[in-house]
Design a protein around this ligand. Sequence first.
Ligand SMILES: NC(=O)c1ccc[n+]([C@@H]2O[C@H](COP(=O)([O-])OP(=O)(O)OC[C@H]3O[C@@H](n4cnc5c(N)ncnc54)[C@H](O)[C@@H]3O)[C@@H](O)[C@H]2O)c1
Length: 359
Amino acid sequence: MKDKVGVGLVGSRFISTIHAEALRSVAGAEVLAVMSPTPGRARDFAGKFGIPNHFTALDHLLAMDDIDMVVIGVPNLLHCDVTLQAARAGKHVVIEKPLCMNLAEADRMITACKEANVKLMYAEELCFTPKYVRMKALLDEGALGKPVLLKQSEKHDGPHADHFWDVERAGGGVTMDMGCHAIAFFRWLNGRNPIASVYAQMSTSVHTAKTRGDDNAILILEFENGVVGLAEESWTKLGGMDDCAEIHGSEGVAYADVLQGNSIQTYSTRGVGYAVEKAGITTGWSFTMYEEIWNYGFPQELEHFVDCVRNDTQPLVTGEDGRAVLEAIFAAYASAGSGRKVTLPFTTDVDKPYKLWKK
Ligand SMILES: NC(=O)c1ccc[n+]([C@@H]2O[C@H](COP(=O)([O-])OP(=O)(O)OC[C@H]3O[C@@H](n4cnc5c(N)ncnc54)[C@H](O)[C@@H]3O)[C@@H](O)[C@H]2O)c1
């Protein structure tokens, strides 16, 4: 077993900042380098986090022998290419959600990592979110009886960067961006039982000037074992991020609210410096988070992936899980496009999910 896993970060903005902060508490990891193409960004990021090396070119980071694992936080369009390059360089890969743009890319990523004998670890933090982990434990111990309906929703007023709004770079709107969390969450709770069908309703209801992607979506997933998953996703909800889940079982029910439910209810006439992700206005009443990254499970997720590399064990969430999520996302866009329930397995050679909706 290696003493410390050498980590390289690819990307230097929103999620990579979370990765760097989360990795500070992972004793088995050492962040050795950061790469970002924007001149000066990687240097500033390295300075902020005390990272010894910074690059503007990916191959320079990948050429570092001490780096065992890369954590990729770049726009969706680049997930496949960066993963393939990392695999070719013999690095284990942690890839942010969604896995990539389409099923052919997913297959290429899975094959490349297998051939290079490196792990492809799908960063789905909801499987590590402490409140949701406890919720799953309640289900697994039988406290809620047989699961009937699973619900999960993520809502805020829209992403912080241009690439999310551009369907050509993101692949879709809120379903691609946040629906992927719900689908991964349902599969994890439901023991990876296969998804039998997906029905979806999508709209671009508020941000029509900004995007051709969906800014509101409702997805209904039926699993082969009869369990139903209901996901609500929104990019038009003001007042800060929401992340909630419910498990309805034959013998009980459990409700969890990751953000408001873990926050300090705050009233301020001046406003608070930071309340919660995408809080917007913070004067008057707001809900102020503490330990937001820990409450979301990012350090726990990265600690698990680092342990998988150190001990050569199977990750809890893999490239195959990311592919299954992407397949359901494609089915969701196809359903929203046709107005019909779509059955799985779903095969398509369409290169971006939104194209099945906006034909
Ligand atoms: N797990 C989560 O909850 C979560 C949250 C936010 C974002 N994400 C995912 O993380 C990814 C990045 O999102 P973000 O919010 O950090 O975006 P961002 O715009 O804040 O950062 C993107 C980063 O990618 C870098 N980049 C652009 N082109 C590059 C290239 N060719 N090579 C290397 N780096 C390049 C940019 O310089 C920037 O540092 C997206 O796929 C997104 O879906 C996941």
